[in-house]
Every structure is written in structure tokens, then in C-alpha cells.
Design a protein around this ligand. Structure first.
Ligand code: ATP
Ligand code: MG
Ligand code: MG
Ligand code: MG
Length: 480
């Protein structure tokens, strides 16, 4: 039985076996208290060893980090904080741990824990984060299943660069020395994958569109890879993306879907991860004590999550947002590092200004300039209201993070799509299969990509994306 279930039992002197890792051992003259955790909950269960019940040799071998099984009777706990504890009758040691075990019971910095990433699972903080991550992943599948979407697995190895941003990791099937070479001696990547050039996917969208053009409502939820050499707190080289793609949805439907979906999964965490969220909230409050008053956040973590669920997201166009940013200067103590003007790709400082300072709520920005967005986005009717051509794009921006979702209505007109593909310099030969959807029964459709780790960042209140994925892949991390 897991500790989370044992803690719910009534203490009618029943026999139990508790298995877990020792968090602390405290000894007094004739009584020893051992706190055990098995990861099923943030809560520990206390095992009480009365004088003489367990032999000295065994007791001596038990210390923080050891894995043990305690057999005994469940009794009401005299101490506060827990209802029950285990009176030990026998203890089996599965594995000891000596004093070099790094996760000793004291406050560790996140930097230290990142260096010991293989053992950080054994801390309260990372236990809480990964249980919440699990709950959110489960809620994602539940939301889409309950709303008539089919989970479509898109390929990880692919020949198409959906974003056209050139951030792909190449896949190679050759032994290093046997790779075919160009005339100048460099490796010829064009034959890497059994004679073809392929990479790890940056997005499942284009393949997802094929599914939506038949099953109507699909979503993908898989790993994506981007060779970004940027050491930010928001980017990983390997991250998980959720990408719904829906036939007959326009941009407005797409925004409604994004907002309802994000609110649902956050509410799911509020309903199912109470203990873990409260633990992380207290951790943050503790951390904030060292900050000056004006830098502390106005809302607690739970209040912040409830606020997002209970309030409408602000919706406005990119053009309106640029106006706000241009007028923001007096309100904005320090200038933006990147200059603002119609046509720029918004930087995270701009996004965060809109969300955190101006609207103080999540924001959906739409109708971005065509030139800064991907080729597949549906073009707006040309109008005098904007300085240049725009597309039916949307980005969802969140406090503390910036962009968490990027999406659009897709260009469903074959000729317009072809013109755009030629404009951006993609070889249409590579996308013949994609173009076929526009030739045979094309339909209006929309979709978006949510970076799963950015969602987990928001819900856990953590500050660095490396801390919300079990095995971060960054320019410095690939060992395990
Ligand atoms: P950003 O502007 O933050 O670099 P993007 O516009 O390049 O993001 P998209 O191509 O729109 O990203 O991908 C959809 C979503 O995937 C983003 O909104 C974000 O949540 C997430 N995402 C993108 N790149 C990364 C990354 N390197 N690590 C983690 N999540 C990412
Ligand atoms: Mg990017
Ligand atoms: Mg972006
Ligand atoms: Mg984007």
C-alpha cells in the first residue's frame, strides 16, 4: 500500500507495512522517530521505534536516504501534523545510504539540485513538481477526450521544417567515419536517413493537419526538439508540445478553445494537487521574504491560478498592442531593451509588460504581421487599418512567462499558400503531401501549440524551465 493511502486509514491498531525512503531519523534516549516518504504524496509517515523493539545494528544502518520497509501497527499519532503513525515491530533494510547522500534534510539551492538532477526527485520540491506535471498531462488527455478530439501520434523523425526557423537537429544513420562527404570534405547531410535528409521534429502541426482534414478534431502531445543555443529560463532543446488541430474552426473558435483548455487543466491541478500546490506556495512565500516589499508578488500561487481560471483573457490585435507599447514609455521606468515598432517580433519583455503591467491578466494577441510568422498562417484581407499585411495568428501570453501558446487559422487556399511558400523560399516539392490537403477537399481549420513545460512553469510558480522537466536537455545537459 502507498503512503498516501495508509495516511487515510483509521488507526484501529491494524497491521501495515510501509515502504519508502528515509527523510529524517531523530533519536532520543529510548525512542527513535523515522520519517518515510514514498513519493505518492508530499506527506511523510512517521515510524516510531520504541526502546528494544529493533536491534541496535539495524537501527544504526538507517539514515537519511536509506530505503526501508517498516512492519508494525498503525496507531493514532500524538504529534500534530498527522493523524496516524506506525509503531515499528520489524524493519527490513533494502538499501543503506551514507552521509555523502546529497539530499540531506536542509534547504538546498535550485542550482545545487540541478547539478544533482539524478537525485533531486527525492526532495519535496521536485516530488511536488513532478506530481503536478503528471496531473496536468493527465488533464490534457482528459480535456481532449471529453471534447471529442482524437490523440494522433505524429512522427519524431521528419523531413519537414514546419517552422522554417532552421532550428532542427539532424538525424544520422551513419557511423561517423562512414558518413558521405561533400567535395570540400564536410559531411553530406542530405543522405543521412538511409539516403534522405531528416531531422527531429520541431512541431507535429503539419502532420496534425492531415489528421484534422479527416478526423476533424485531433491533438498531438509529444516531444519536440529545437536546436536553440539560447540559455534562457524559457527554452529547452527538448520539450513537450500539445497541438490541437481542428477542421471548421476559425481564429475566434481557436481562441475560445485555447482559453477553455488552459483554464480546464489549471482547474484540474487546483482540484487534484492541493497539498503539492500549497507546499510550493509556501516555498515561494519563504523565498519572497528575502525580496524588497515592492518586488514581492501581490497574489499567492493559488490566488494567481484561481484568478486565471475565473477571469476572461484580454484579447487584442498585434497592432493595438504595438500602440500600447509605444505609449507605455512614461509608465515604463526603464526603456525596453528592444525597440518597439510595427513589424517587430515581440520580445518577452514586451509580452510581459502587456500582461503584467498593462492588463494584469493573460492576453491573447492576434493578427500579427505576415512577415514575422510562418508560411502556413491564413492571410487577412488587406486593409488600411494596419501598416502592412497581417495573418490570422494568435499568441497566448501569461504573467511571469510571456508566450505559452502560438497558433493560427491555417491558409486553406491552395494558390495563396503556394504563393507564400515560394515567397519564403521553401521548395514546394518537399511539401507535396501537405499541399494535397488543399487540393482535395480543403477546409477552413485552425490549431495551436502549447509548450507543456511553460504551462507547468506557470502552475508550479517555478522560475526556470529546467526545473519542471525530469531530464532537461539544454546546451549543458545531456548526460542522463
Ligand atoms: P518563443 O518565442 O518563446 O521562442 P516560439 O514562438 O518560437 O516561442 P512556437 O514555434 O510558437 O514557439 O511554439 C509553440 C509553443 O511551444 C510556444 O508558445 C512555447 O510555449 C513552446 N516553445 C517553443 N520553443 C520552446 C522551447 N525551446 N522550449 C520550451 N518550450 C518552447
Ligand atoms: Mg522560438
Ligand atoms: Mg514566439
Ligand atoms: Mg510562437
Amino acid at each position: 500500500m502507498q503512503i498516501k493511502d495508509i495516511l487515510q486509514l483509521s488507526p484501529e491498531s491494524q497491521s501495515v507495512i510501509v515502504k519508502g525512503w528515509v527523510r529524517t531519523k531523530r533519536g532520543q534516549a529510548n525512542i527513535v522517530f523515522i520519517n518515510l516518504n514514498d513519493g505518492s504524496t508530499i506527506k511523510n509517515i512517521q515510524a516510531v521505534v520504541e526502546d528494544g523493539k529493533i536491534d541496535e545494528e539495524t537501527l544504526k544502518k538507517i539514515s537519511t536516504g536509506a530505503c526501508i520497509a517498516v512492519s508494525g501497527t498503525l496507531v493514532a499519532s500524538a504529534g500534530s501534523g498527522q493523524a496516524v503513525e506506525v509503531l515499528a515491530q520489524s524493519i527490513e533494510i533494502y538499501g543503506t545510504a551514507d552521509e555523502t547522500f546529497p539530499m540531506q534534510p536542509k534547504k538546498h539551492s535550485l542550482e545545487f539540485l540541478r547539478e544533482k538532477a539524478h537525485l533531486r526527485f527525492r526532495t519535496n520540491t521536485f516530488g511536488a513538481i513532478f506530481r503536478i506535471r503528471h496531473a496536468l498531462a493527465f488533464a490534457v488527455h482528459k480535456y481532449y477526450n471529453d471534447n471529442g478530439f482524437f490523440y494522433l501520434h505524429t512522427p519524431i523523425i521528419t523531413a519537414s521544417d514546419a517552422e522554417g526557423a532552421g532550428e532542427m537537429f539532424r538525424v544520422s544513420s551513419f557511423e561517423p567515419n562512414a558518413a558521405p562527404k561533400n567535395e570540400d570534405g564536410s559531411v553530406d547531410f542530405s543522405q543521412d536517413f538511409f539516403g534522405r535528409e531528416t531531422s527531429l521534429t520541431v512541431s507535429g502541426q503539419l502532420e496534425g493537419e492531415l489528421g484534422a482534414m479527416a478526423l476533424s478534431k485531433i491533438y498531438t502531445f509529444g516531444p519536440t526538439f529545437r536546436a536553440e543555443n539560447s540559455n534562457t529560463t524559457r527554452h529547452l532543446a527538448e520539450f513537450w508540445m500539445i497541438e490541437p488541430e481542428v477542421a471548421f474552426y476559425d481564429l475566434e473558435d481557436n481562441m475560445n478553445l485555447a482559453e477553455s483548455f488552459v483554464k480546464y487543466v489549471i482547474q484540474y491541478a487546483l482540484d487534484n494537487c492541493k497539498d503539492d500546490l500549497e507546499f510550493l506556495q509556501n516555498r515561494l512565500l519563504e523565498e519572497e521574504k528575502s525580496k524588497p516589499q515592492n518586488e514581492r508578488s501581490e497574489l499567492t500561487l493559488l490566488e494567481k491560478l484561481k484568478f486565471v481560471v475565473e477571469n476572461d483573457f484580454e484579447r487584442l490585435t498585434y497592432t493595438e498592442a504595438i500602440d500600447i507599447l509605444l505609449k507605455s514609455k512614461p509608465a515604463q521606468k526603464k526603456q525596453f531593451q528592444y525597440e518597439v515598432g510595427w513589424g517587430i517580433d515581440l520580445q518577452s519583455e514586451h509580452e510581459r509588460y502587456l500582461v503584467e503591467k498593462h492588463f494584469k491578466k493573460p492576453v491573447i494577441l492576434t493578427n500579427y504581421p505576415k512577415d514575422i510568422k510562418a508560411f502556413y498562417m491564413k492571410q487577412d484581407e488587406v486593409s488600411d487599418a494596419t501598416p502592412g499585411a497581417t495573418v490570422r495568428a494568435m499568441d497566448v501570453l501569461f504573467p511571469g512567462i510571456g508566450e505559452i501558446i502560438g497558433g493560427s487559422q491555417r491558409e486553406d487556399n491552395y494558390e495563396k499558400l503556394m504563393t507564400r511558400i515560394n515567397e519564403v523560399g521553401i521548395d514546394p516539392e518537399n511539401l507535396w503531401w501537405y499541399l494535397d490537403t488543399r487540393k482535395f477537399g480543403s477546409a477552413p481549420h485552425s490549431g495551436f501549440g502549447l509548450g507543456f513545460e511553460r504551462l507547468v512553469l506557470f502552475v508550479t510558480g517555478m522560475g526556470n524551465i529546467r526545473d519542471v522537466i525530469p531530464f532537461p536537455r539544454t546546451p549543458k545537459n545531456a548526460e542522463f
